[in-house]
Design a protein around this ligand. Sequence first.
Ligand code: AMP
Length: 143
Amino acid sequence: MEKNCVFCKIIAGEIPSAKVYEDEKVLAFLDIAPFNFGHTLVIPKEHCHCFTAIPADTLAAMMSAAQRLAIAVMRATGAPAYNLLMNNGQVAGQEVPHAHLHIIPRFVDDPVSFRAPQKHYEGNAIAEFAAKIQERLARQSAQ
Ligand code: AMP
């Protein structure tokens, strides 16, 4: 448990939440300021500041719960679609520094949007970026 972490306080029961799911490693509850009603947050019980800090077994448990929860959220809200969203780092819009996966039910013509202007690679840049990322992955595997 991390002192001053709002989600750790929810896990500890020090702050109330509208809990929808819990197991040994994972907790899910409704977002207090939802994009649409039923907007759910799935979090690891262990304090991890972002996606890459979550241990693999906990991440697997989170994803397995999220898959079941996405179906339940759609059925409960009547939403025909949903977004999965994870902001990692302040620059990416993460406000609560305890990793969390948003499940956001979506409705026809709702005002929610995660679209931004998209860039275009020039020349060989796409292959160069792919090569750089592959090289980094190979280095990580060797560590
Ligand atoms: P993010 O911007 O990805 O860090 O999202 C943090 C989310 O946590 C926001 O959507 C907040 O509305 C939500 N949130 C913050 N405090 C609480 C709380 N006490 N209970 C439920 N959701 C919360």
